[in-house]
Design a protein around this ligand. Structure first.
Ligand code: ADP
Ligand code: MG
Length: 732
């Protein structure tokens, strides 16, 4: 047979796409409906009720539903039932799943079977194996929280997030969501602080509700609805692009003639191959009990979104991690590569993750919902005011939770919200709050200003919808929740939820103190409420901004208002260890100074390592891919000039001159970048090193890229070895 290889990975990739044939799906979609499989791989409430002894089920529910401490006496029974259920479904191994601080999902599998000493095996899974795992994990970054001689880390069962089965064609694994701690109880992961912050939120929210005479047996929880954006490209391209393979993003690539200018992607018809992929991914997620709901094309070519229904934040975060894993795995089945990087391609939009955040429980619904009655309106105003205060006071912290090397490429780049934390409330709601400051309420109908005492009873019905959708704001009120839009697509939402819960707990505690002291002084509830809301607006309205967050004017205005504009990760991370942030987390019993320091250190270290890898890759690709392509073209041009000259023909050297100049710039820029990386690596201090990568290495990468991208627009296609943006983004 004729050789398939053209000696060019790029051309092979293109050829492979034209002959792509889908493999059969993992499901028979015609025989099973989503209803048949929903949650079939989850140790869910139905399974527990059916299989656990009644008293054990009840005791476990107390922990799951009401947040009570787990009765360790029931662990053995739960473990035995869980084991039988898992083995009946084909499980051979179990694993504690956790989120170490390097941002990954970690798992270490252990067999459910042990030799019985008589030549066979028995299934073994005890209560203590369920509750606690010895993950060791001494290679995870701990930011000095754990010296290696006491390196053991422990995983601890998170009872509130259900165990589930992970399917592989060759076996099944029982997965148990866990926290990851040092043996002294120091949190080494992202889940532990999130759960602690949830407890703080419950405590303080209940205080406020108590003042309204509202009592509920269920804990108050944060809800999260996480919209997930991602790119899908043909997997063959990844093998022809070392940058996609190793960095998850393109480090080179000229602007494609056609990008997203036509707005013809957003909500467009989903290509068949992609739709097949989505359907399979959704079916797998359905089996895992992830309530996926919407799918659509996003703004950039080859960009898509998946969003499940909102759930209690802790479960929503676990489900989002599962969504990311399922997207990645299923893509391969369709010959696709799922890119979760925040900015895989220059010149077109990157990917984010929107965190729809609200507070409430099954009894009360969401507390960010303006109600029909004056009392529910009053509750709404308190919770909403508390949120405004929280974001104003701790905007820097919130900003830090979304900082990463990859997210730096999109925040503030006019495709995602700016890095300045502000809240979009909508004009109507803003007017309501402003009215508290002035004591004047401007009626929507007559427009006549009436001076009145704005208490609960005199409030007009509050707007349920903020009206216009403002996409340029990092935090937007959207009717019954706040949408935090600054998260990066690959990030765990756990850090942002931890911060939001902590901030809200602080603000609600502040509100409760305020109201309590007013009431104690003999004021009416109306007066107390009015004075609290007035206070918040007086002190914190600077954080409300309904205009265009992308505009230059807003950046100036924000500075004038004293809002922090933390443009990149090295600027943002120190927010984690500001005295008021340490105080917040310590007061709320979420994390102590050392735990926060460790996070700052680990995240900054991660930042430097990311840029280091990318920079080294840039230099290598420039020398082994781009320079040789240009050099071949240069030789062709030079040979032609010589031939023409020998024939006494007219010849011009301007193209040759240009290519020669570009090649020289490329070489110079590569050498310079290499030196700057060496210099950056010599920095000992973690913040100094990160700063150096940001200020000197990143710009040098841009300079190198400029020369390379210029060459791409000149060198003939058959000599260019890297798939172009046009090819990657528009062929599937
Ligand atoms: P859009 O793209 O218009 O923002 P989507 O439907 O894509 O809306 O996503 C909205 C997300 O917000 C969904 O995950 C949805 O379940 C979630 N959501 C709706 N109500 C709430 C709420 N009260 N609290 C938290 N999330 C919510
Ligand atoms: Mg959406």
């Amino acid at each position: 047979p004729p050789p398939m290889s053209s000696n060019s990975a790029r051309l092979d990739a293109i050829r492979a796409i034209t002959t792509y044939k889908p493999e059969p799906a993992d499901f028979n979609f015609h025989e099973t409906s989503p209803m048949d499989v929903y949650s079939c791989n989850v140790f869910n409430d139905r399974v527990m009720r059916e299989r656990l002894p009644r008293d054990v089920y009840k005791a476990l529910q107390k922990t799951i539903r009401y947040g009570e401490t787990l009765d360790p006496g029931i662990a053995d029974t739960v473990a035995a039932v869980m084991k039988d259920w898992a083995i009946e479904h084909g499980a051979t191994h179990y694993t504690h799943i956790f989120y170490p601080l390097n941002g990954q999902t970690a798992e270490k599998h252990d067999s459910l079977f042990t030799p019985d000493g008589m030549g066979g095996v028995i299934a073994e899974f005890s209560g203590s194996m369920l509750i606690r795992g010895e993950a060791d994990g001494s290679s995870f970054p701990s930011g000095g929280l754990r010296s290696t001689f006491e390196a053991r880390g422990y995983t601890a069962w998170d009872v509130t997030s259900p165990a589930y089965l992970q399917e592989n064609p060759n076996g099944i694994i029982l997965c148990i969501p866990t926290m990851f701690l040092s043996w002294k109880g120091v949190s080494l992961d992202k889940k532990t602080p999130m759960i602690r912050a949830g407890q703080a939120l419950n405590r303080e929210a209940k205080r406020v509700l108590g003042l309204f005479g509202v009592h509920t047996d269920l804990p108050i929880v944060a809800y999260a609805g996480l919209e997930q954006e991602y790119f899908l490209i043909d997997n063959n391209y990844t093998f022809a692009r070392p940058d996609l393979l190793a960095a998850g993003r393109t480090l080179f690539g000229a602007r494609p003639p056609k990008g997203q200018e036509f707005s013809d992607q957003y909500f467009g018809v989903i290509p068949q191959r992609v739709l097949s992929f989505m359907m399979e991914a959704e079916r797998k997620l359905y089996k895992l009990g992830v309530p996926v709901q919407t799918r659509h094309n996003e703004v950039a070519p080859s960009q898509y979104e998946i969003a499940p229904l909102f759930e209690p934040a802790n479960v929503a975060v676990d489900h989002n991690h599962q969504i990311m894993a399922v997207l990645r795995n299923t893509a391969k089945h369709y010959g696709l590569k799922c890119l979760l990087h925040e900015k895989p391609f220059n010149f077109i939009n990157g990917s984010g993750k929107h965190l729809n955040y609200s507070i409430g429980n099954a009894d009360l619904g969401t507390l960010f919902n303006p109600g029909d009655t004056p009392q529910s309106n009053a509750k709404f105003l308190i919770f909403c005011a508390a949120f405004i205060r929280a974001v104003h006071k701790y905007g820097g912290l919130l900003r830090a939770t979304v900082a990463s090397a990859s997210n730096d490429h999109r925040l503030g780049a006019n495709e995602a919200p700016p890095a300045i934390m502000s809240i979009f409330l909508g004009d109507q709601l803003t007017n309501v709050f402003e009215a508290f400051r002035s004591g004047h309420f401007e009626h929507a109908d007559g427009g006549a200003k009436k001076s009145m005492n704005i208490g609960v009873d005199t409030l007009p019905p509050l707007p349920r919808d903020p009206g216009d959708r403002n996409r340029t704001s990092p935090v937007a009120f959207v009717g019954n929740r706040f949408e935090f839009r600054a998260l990066g697509s690959s990030q765990s939402a756990a850090d942002s939820i931890t911060a939001l819960n902590a901030m809200m707990a602080d603000s609600l505690g502040f509100a409760a103190d305020w109201l309590e002291s007013m009431l104690k002084k003999g004021h009416s509830f109306n007066e107390a409420l009015q004075s609290f809301v007035s206070h918040v607006i007086e002190e914190h309205s600077a954080v409300i901004f309904n205009g265009d967050g992308y505009s230059e004017a807003w950046h100036k205005e924000a500075v004038r208002r004293g809002l922090p504009d933390l443009r990149n990760t090295p600027e943002a991370m120190p927010e984690l260890v500001k005295p008021e942030v340490i105080d917040l987390f310590e007061r709320m019993h979420i994390m102590n100074r050392d735990e926060l320091r460790a996070r700052e250190e680990i995240y900054l270290g991660q930042y430097s390592k990311t840029i280091h890898t990318e920079a080294v890759l840039c230099v290598r690709m420039a020398r082994t891919d781009i320079y040789p392509s240009g050099l071949r073209y240069q030789k062709e041009l030079a040979d032609t000039c010589v031939s023409l000259k020998n024939l006494n023909k007219d010849y011009r050297t301007d193209t040759l001159d240009r290519i020669t100049a570009d090649l020289r710039s490329l070489q110079t820029a590569a050498d310079e970048l290499e030196k700057l990386v060496e210099k950056a690596e010599r920095f000992q201090g973690i913040p100094e090193k990160a700063r150096n990568y940001c200020d000197s290495v990143l710009p040098a990468m841009d300079r190198l890229r400029e020369a390379a991208d210029r060459l791409e627009t000149e060198v003939p296609g058959d000599l260019w070895s890297l798939p172009t943006y046009q090819e990657i983004l528009f062929s599937k």
